[in-house]
Design a binder for this molecule. Structure first.
Ligand code: 3HC
Length: 296
């Protein structure tokens, strides 16, 4: 198995909201990052946002221009899995759909060494299900960042029934190297964070549907009364309503747990394409889309 200290390279599959943030976290820690996207437009969009994000942090005086340029120098983008370098850690952060995840992971397995750690940023699908078709599932586990990855300290580490102990230790050490604080969770749908958060958000939407209060007032109650940084509607818009619904449906499908039964209002907004901040409208109206949830 590869030694963590000798690894310089990471590959991130998918450069959407999470892949983008994960790339920033890892670049900030001095690793080379290769971002793999499905097509040229998605790749260009992802790379452009990473560049703009660094421009913003330089403008706000958070890092120097030299440091930002140095980080960007270590970033490469590709649409070809063969460009994943030897001795990489691979993190899959594509759309929360088991078929899509299995497809990219099989492409990764075709090009990397047998002992390459392959991690998934799944937010709700059991790791063992994603790894069902893998040739070497013992090197696979959940490595779940929270949004926005550069800010949130938590990483959930989720070993499957087949994960080798050495990879669990490796993942914990890697999370700490990224300056994150890991927790280990059993491989159940939605793990720890989302298993608590999603029923909370769905309950808030039900309250709104029942006319108990408005999104504005429910958010205010949670911020001013419960000390939360964002209320459930703001947070759902920030995460993406499609993501919230997808997590709820993924868990409900597997457990039939009524706490994960999505209210009609959420499904309606998603069907209308009102997916939250990234498109400029969700529970709230925004002036303009913030594609990666970031004010650039
Ligand atoms: N990406 C990267 N960095 C971001 C960011 C983003 N989307 N949004 C904010 N930041 C950074 C800012 O650049 C700023 O950094 P700086 O201090 O270096 O300049 C810092 O965060 C603070 O930002 P702001 O001052 O603009 O805003 P706030 O102080 O209001 O904090 C927040 C913003 C951190 C997003 C805060 O509102 C918060 O903690 N919200 C709750 C987030 C949360 O609960 N996340 C979990 C969601 S569930 C999840 O991720 C599970 C997954 O499976 C879906």
């Amino acid at each position: 198995m590869m030694e963590l200290e000798k690894i310089q390279n990471t590959a991130i599959i998918g450069c959407g909201v999470m892949g983008f943030g994960i790339a920033v976290v890892i670049l900030n820690k001095g690793y080379n990052v290769v971002v793999v996207e499905k097509d040229k437009p998605s790749l260009e969009r992802g790379l452009e946002y990473i560049k703009k994000f660094y421009e913003g942090t330089v403008k706000r005086g958070k890092i120097t221009k030299e440091k930002a340029d140095e980080n960007l120098f270590r970033l490469k983008g590709t649409t070809d899995f063969k460009d994943i370098p030897e001795n990489s850690i691979v993190i899959e952060a594509v759309y929360e759909d088991i078929a899509v995840k299995q497809d990219v992971i099989s492409k990764v397995e075709e090009v990397v060494e047998e002992d390459t750690p392959i991690f998934t940023n799944t937010s709700s699908i059991p790791v063992i299900e994603i790894s069902a078709k893998m040739r070497f599932p013992e090197r696979f586990l959940g490595f779940h960042f929270f949004n926005p990855p550069p800010v949130m300290k938590l990483i959930e580490i989720i070993p499957s029934l087949k994960t080798d102990e050495r990879y669990i230790k490796f993942a914990i050490d890697f999370a700490k190297k990224l300056d994150k604080d890991p927790v280990v969770s059993k491989d159940t749908p939605a793990f720890i964070g989302n298993a608590l958060l999603i029923p909370f958000i769905l309950e808030a939407v039900s309250m709104y549907e029942k006319g108990i209060s408005t999104p504005e007032d429910i958010d205010k109650a949670c911020k001013l009364g419960l000390g939360q940084p964002m209320g459930p509607f703001e947070l759902a818009d920030f995460m993406g309503l499609d993501i919230v619904l997808q997590i709820a449906d993924n868990v409900f499908e597997r457990t039939r747990d009524p706490r994960f039964s999505a209210p009609a209002k959420l499904r309606e907004l998603v069907s209308a394409g009102f997916l939250g901040r990234k498109v400029g409208r969700g529970f709230y109206d925004y002036q303009k889309p913030k594609p990666f949830g970031v004010e650039l």
